[in-house]
Ligand binder design. Structure first.
Ligand code: GLC
Ligand code: GLC
Length: 809
């Protein structure tokens, strides 16, 4: 069952009913100011850091779910309602929500009145702009009262939800005509305030929540709206809000458009005040000047559309399969941008107060984003590398505002450092910017201890080699990619963090996954070493990789698949000898991606085992059998009920590793079939089961051991976005930048007989025509500008050139 449809020409998903199986959200903002907005107008916004600069309040896990947002209430002759249906939930004659690229447009109609609300964050702006259009569709004149509404957060979203003894006394605002200033804590150390304005004279306002809503009312029945009368309240402590009241007289057929701006404004520390106690409003006025008219809004929206058109033109495919095209051309890269910006901070499943930027997460996110804006990927790489410790290990997370490593979580996730190599390689391949390897980057943000970026990669690589266990496999530390496989943790205290508790610091627990990752990054690392002028290091790296490959085959193979790990006691994890958790997905995908056991047949065996034991109709589960009880020696993985999350859930992040692995052994049919199982556009028809947005990936789909097999959770912020884009664009459709040319090597199987693809890279444009017999194992034949070439590497053309490539696969 569906709840909407894709409008491909507009690059929108159109939600047709507000009664979706869960709030379906979108993100506003592309640079510094961000908002989350659900299909009913719920959500919140923040400047740069979802925890420390939260503009509006949001209560997670509320009843009903998704309460609180930027709302527009209408009172049409006593009949009050909201265009997004909720929170008032008055039945609408028509409802539509258009989820676009960094904007959302909600339209509601009731009793001859149409209200359309467009939400977006213009480029280069630290504000949301909302354009509200009211249209009288009835044959009679209407007098409509419109009430805007936001509830301010007192900036630190964590403190805001906990420290009421202080917070209920500190709220402050200023009201100046149609503009409301939220200035809590501005009198002391803050140099920023929020501004909330409308481009028309107001007929009333409110800034005190209790005055507007009423102490015993909910957001569905604010007293001021019910009565059609603002209180003109000025908040003093308690809960500051912002509401404008506008009375619109509409002749039949007449429309009225209003522009609301909700922004973040900063002043220089020594220029905070206009006069004692009155904030300096000059920068706020400059911001508001830019969005005075509907035409200015049109221009800003057009600029946003152009921005997306430009970015998306980097990779476009026409395959004849509309679902494939819309995933690759629009929705998957869109999600990649959002995950790149947000890491795992703010979604409807991440509160924005829990996690900063993950070291491993950011590096992987970058791989799906780098082709969109290479310059921003560069900046991110340097920021991330600057949190690396001098011994090559890495803080697991860092704070986006300070860009410093987070001491509470610390380091010791032994896969982390290697992802920096993969991400750097992806960046250099895309951009050709080898110079970044010489860029000076501090360790642990200490400018006195700085070295070229290449030195950081070297310490990453050698961190693994300095931390090998009894079998010569990499020590796992607190965890590797699977945060929940905690082999040194041994936690028997409820509530203890599995990730930071280490009751036994052994040097025995080893990870076959990290071994696969190590072998996988080694060729890239070696090539970068050569480029940076260290041929000896390159040679050594290749030898280390060879040795690691042999070690994996000797100690990391279980007979039919790759072992997952050795635990603290040296016992096998992910082996037929285990009762539960006999096979885990991660090393199967990654070892084969790394090319381990290709010649010997181990690779194919491992992937056949994945197919036979882990694959379901809804994707590949993480492990089988699911852990039925808690294992002290395994940690969080065994804490989840069977079928959820890392315990035999379909953890969508790692499915693409198997897809890529299938292309490595030439099974394009399998790769494409696996890709389609979890791609949201292909799951649109089962939205009632899947429940989350059909336009973005979710982190997890419940596995076959779960009560609710096929149901998704944790949409939006997941490495799934980047990895699925890498799998489909670089390996299945098969167009991938390498250091010295564009690889064209599709492996999609028989279903897609031909496709054309445009790839822009390093300033040139490659027009690629693929005729696909689908064999997958045969070498492909390429012509470049009409001439046949050897192999699959199309040499890079100079910027400005257009290259035409044909490919018989
Ligand atoms: C989450 C984390 C990611 C981790 C994965 C598996 O998605 O953000 O870092 O690799 O879970 O545990
Ligand atoms: C929890 C989640 C896991 C995530 C981790 C981050 O364990 O289950 O997915 O990676 O937290 O610390």
């Amino acid at each position: 069952m569906r709840f909407g449809h894709f409008d491909d020409a507009a690059r929108e998903y159109v939600i047709e009913t507000p009664r979706t199986p869960y709030p379906w959200i979108n993100y506003l903002g592309t640079e510094e100011f961000f908002g989350l907005v659900s299909h009913t107008g719920g959500g919140y916004c923040f400047y740069r850091d979802a925890r420390l600069r939260r503009l509006t309040r949001y209560r997670y896990n509320n009843v009903p779910t998704d309460v609180g947002g930027r709302y527009y209430y209408l009172n049409d002759g006593g009949d009050y309602w909201t265009p997004g249906w909720a929170p008032v939930k008055r039945e609408l004659d028509r409802y539509e929500c258009r989820v676009g690229l960094s904007y959302t447009k909600i339209t509601g109609e009731r009793k001859g009145l149409r209200a359309e609300v467009l939400y977006f964050v213009p480029l280069g702006t630290t504000a949301e702009v909302h354009r509200v259009t009211l249209t009288n569709l009835s044959p009679a004149k209407k007098i409509v009262k419109l009430f805007s509404f936001v509830e301010f957060c007192l900036w630190d979203a964590s403190d805001d939800q906990t420290n009421y003894q202080r917070n209920l006394s500190i709220g402050e605002v200023e009201v100046d005509g149609s503009t409301i200033y939220h200035k809590t804590e501005y009198r002391e150390r803050r140099d920023h305030y929020a501004v909330w304005s409308v481009n028309a004279p107001v007929d009333g306002f409110d800034t005190d929540r209790e005055s507007f809503v009423g102490l015993w009312n909910g957001f569905g029945e604010p007293q001021a709206v019910v009565e059609g009368r603002s209180r003109n309240s000025v908040a003093s402590g308690w809960s500051p809000i912002g509401s404008h009241q506008i009375v619109a007289e509409l002749a039949p057929g007449e429309a009225r458009t209003l522009v609301f701006v909700l922004g973040y404004v900063e002043n220089p520390k020594d220029d905070k005040w206009e006069r004692p106690g009155v904030v300096n409003k000059a920068p706020a006025r400059r911001l508001l000047e830019r969005f005075r008219t509907s035409e200015q809004v049109d221009e800003a929206l057009a600029a946003l559309r152009d921005y997306w058109t430009g970015m998306l033109s980097t990779y476009t495919v026409r395959s004849g399969d509309e679902r494939l095209d819309r995933m690759v051309n629009v929705w998957n890269p869109y999600q990649c941008m959002v995950t790149f910006n947000m890491s795992r901070s703010a979604s409807y499943f991440e509160t924005g107060i829990g996690r900063g930027m993950g070291f491993r997460d950011s590096n992987q996110d970058l791989m799906g984003f780098v082709h969109l804006v290479p310059a921003r990927a560069r900046e991110r790489l340097l920021d991330t590398a600057a949190t690396q410790k001098p011994d090559g290990s890495a803080y697991h997370q860092y704070q986006p505002l300070t860009k410093r490593g987070n001491n509470d979580v610390g380091s010791g996730f032994n896969d982390d450092p290697l992802w920096l190599i993969s991400a750097t390689a992806a960046y250099v391949k895309e951009s050709g910017d080898f110079g970044i390897l010489r860029e000076t980057v501090p360790f642990d943000n200490d400018p006195k201890d700085a070295a070229p970026l290449f030195e950081h990669l070297k310490r990453s690589f050698h961190h693994v080699l300095h931390n090998l266990g009894p079998h010569g496999l990499p020590l796992i530390g607190r965890a590797d990619w699977n945060d929940c496989l905690n082999l040194n943790c041994f936690s028997d205290t409820p509530g203890e963090s599995f990730q930071t508790t280490g009751n036994r610091t052994g040097r025995t627990a080893e990870s076959v996954f990290i071994a696969g990752l190590f072998v996988h990054v080694a060729p890239d690392y070696a090539a970068l070493a050569e480029a940076a002028g260290f041929p000896e290091e390159a040679k050594a790296a290749r030898e280390h990789a060879k040795r690691m490959e042999a070690t994996v085959l000797e100690h990391g193979w279980d007979g039919e698949w790759f072992l997952r790990a050795y635990d603290f006691f040296g016992k096998k994890v992910g082996s037929k000898e285990c009762e539960d958790g006999q096979i885990l997905i991660e090393p199967q995908g990654y070892c084969v991606m790394a090319g381990i056991g290709l010649a010997s047949g181990h690779a194919k065996k491992a992937l056949d085992s994945v197919r036979d034991r882990l694959e379901t109709d809804h994707g590949i589960v993480l492990n089988q059998p699911a852990y039925k009880e808690y294992h002290l020696e395994l940690g969080e993985i065994s804490s989840y009920p069977p079928g959820y999350k890392e315990n035999a859930g379909i953890f969508c992040h790692n499915n693409p590793w198997v897809m890529i692995a299938e292309t490595v052994i030439g099974r394009g049919d399998r790769a494409f079939a696996l890709w389609k199982k979890i791609a949201p556009a292909y799951r649109e028809d089962i939205s009632d089961l899947h429940r989350l947005e059909p336009y973005v990936y979710a982190q997890m789909i419940a596995g076959r051991d779960a009560v609710r097999h096929g149901e998704a959770k944790n949409s939006w912020l997941t490495g799934t976005a980047a990895w699925n884009f890498v799998a489909i664009s670089q390996h299945i459709l098969g167009v991938k930048p390498e250091l010295d040319g564009l690889r064209v090597s599709p492996c999609i199987g028989r279903e897609v007989a031909s496709f054309t693809l445009v790839r822009r890279c390093r300033g040139a444009e490659y027009r690629i025509c693929v005729r696909n017999a689908g064999a997958g194992s045969k070498p492909v034949r390429l012509t470049v500008d009409g001439r046949p070439i050897e192999g699959t590497l199309v040499p890079y053309a100079p910027a400005g050139a257009t290259v035409s490539v044909t490919c018989e696969a």
